[in-house]
Structures are given as structure tokens and as C-alpha cells.
Ligand binder design. Sequence first.
Ligand code: ATP
Length: 301
Amino acid sequence: MSEAIIEIDGLRKSFGSHAALDGLDLRVPAGSVFGFLGRNGAGKTTTIKHLLGLIKADAGSARIFGRGVDDPGVSVGIRQRIGFVTEEKDLYPYMTVDGIIRFMRPFFPGWRRDLEQRYLDLFDLPRNKSIAQLSKGMRSKLMMLLAISHGAELLILDEPMDGLDPAVVEQLLRELVAIAADQGTTIFFSSHQLPDVEQIADHVAIIDRGKTLLCGELDDLKVRYQRLSVVCSDEPPSDIGRLDGVESVRRNGRMLSVLVSRNADAVAARLRQCSSTAVERFPVTLKEVFLEHVGNSSCSG
Ligand code: ATP
């Protein structure tokens, strides 16, 4: 297994009596494109803010590049190696696009003028306009430009596609994959757009109510999760839902549709006993896995 760039253990953070993070664990491997998923209020932004040193957790630990994010002696050094986009997309409104780029450059010794120019052109950003005059999507693009031009080893992006039109989202997805492939940059991003995540991520975590429900390689998830479908000859057996690996069972008359997270062969063998026809197997999407894990939980936000 490759080295972890981000390691989070048992992170806890409460706002008043509400636990936003309730013992969250996470491993983000070096070089991965990592989709960080959860419903509204699940705790994604709180986690990202803690990683960026914007808030302090109550308990647990978080390390980036093997260094504790709470350690004031190393936090500036860590931040120079990270490009980030926060949910608020806050920028100094009185500065121009050019002005903020010139302001940011000296903070980052590895600043990439070639990438800066590439994204100015690609995103069609008006250099002399003030940030206050930019649309929401334009501000998102500017934040992406600033994050990417750091020449960072790690990009931490909180809903980077938020506010962008579908054509720009498509461009940005391609760019993120290229940055990871060409420069070995690790990309950790939160998003509600599951098809986009599925398109570019190689690892995902699903969190809910401040806890990690699932964390791992997307390909492994897709191999393990399958939907099995069968038409039973008689009354469908009642024990299917209790078999190891069965996540959910849908029944429509004598037709059974079973979602499994492992042990697909054993579950298929049991289904064959009740049917004279073949058991059909279907791949599942990330959206199905997501909904299966958090779709029925009530919103914590
Ligand atoms: P979304 O997808 O909607 O952006 P999220 O997963 O990023 O959600 P967080 O913003 O981390 O969720 O919020 C987690 C929980 O903590 C929510 O219930 C939220 O209302 C609460 N919370 C976050 N920040 C604060 C704050 N400063 N004060 C009080 N409650 C907060």
C-alpha cells in the first residue's frame, strides 16, 4: 500500500452540543485522486478546515506529509506544499485578478508561472477586473488557478466544481486528472456530483454524521458491490437479507433484486436454489453505493 499523505485518526469536533465530527478516520494515499463524499452536514468542510488549520478539533489527530496539522512549528511549511479551495471561495474583493495573483506568488517558492498562464487562458479570466465584479463561477475558477499554480504536492478542494457550468466542469475534471498523472499531485476533493467523482477518483470515502462509513479504492468497491437479480420459481426465500454481504433486498412479486457488498458468489449460489433461471449480475454505480449507505439517514445539518 502506498504511503498516506493525509492520515486522520478519531477526529472529534463539536459546535455546542452538536458533534460535527464524531471520531472520523481517513487515509489518503500519495498520488491518489480522492473523492470525499457525504450528505449536507456530514462533516466534510469541518474536516477540511481542520486540515487547513482554520479550526481546531476537540480530540483525535490529523497529519499531512507525516506532520501534525496542529503543530504551529510546521503548519506554515505544510501549507506551502498545499493548494486549497475552501467552500466559501473567499478572496479580497477589492483586488483585481492580476493583483491577487501577484500578491500570492511570493508566499509559494514553487509557484508555476506556466500553470498560472495556462489557467488564465483556459478559464478566460479577465486580468484587470476586480474580484467583486466576478461571477460565482469566475471566482471558483480564480481559486482553482491560485491553488494549482502553487506547484503544490497536495490539492485540498472543497466542492471545487460548485458554481461552474457543465462545460467548465468537464475541462476542470480533465485538468485535475492531468495534474495528478503528470505531476504526481495528490488531489483530495469533496463533491456532491457523484458521476464527476466516479469519472476521476481512484479512491473514495463516504462519511455520515462525522464518521467514516467506507474508505478505499473505487475499483475495489466496484468489484465487491454488485446487484444480483433473479426470478424465483416459488415464493422467494425469506433469509436472503440475513446472508453475509447482503446490503439490501428489493422484492417485486417473485422477482428479487439484491445488493451485495461482498460474497457475491455465495449469495448467487443461494439465489440459484430458488430459481430455474440464471441469476443476473449487474455492476453498480457510486451513486447506488452512496445512497445505500447514507440515503436513508436523516439529515444532520
Ligand atoms: P455540505 O455538504 O452541506 O457543505 P458538510 O459535509 O461540509 O456539508 P459541515 O459544514 O462540515 O458539513 O458541517 C457539519 C455539521 O457541523 C453541520 O451540522 C453544520 O451545521 C455544523 N457546523 C459547521 N460549522 C459550524 C459552526 N461554525 N457553528 C455551528 N455549527 C457548525
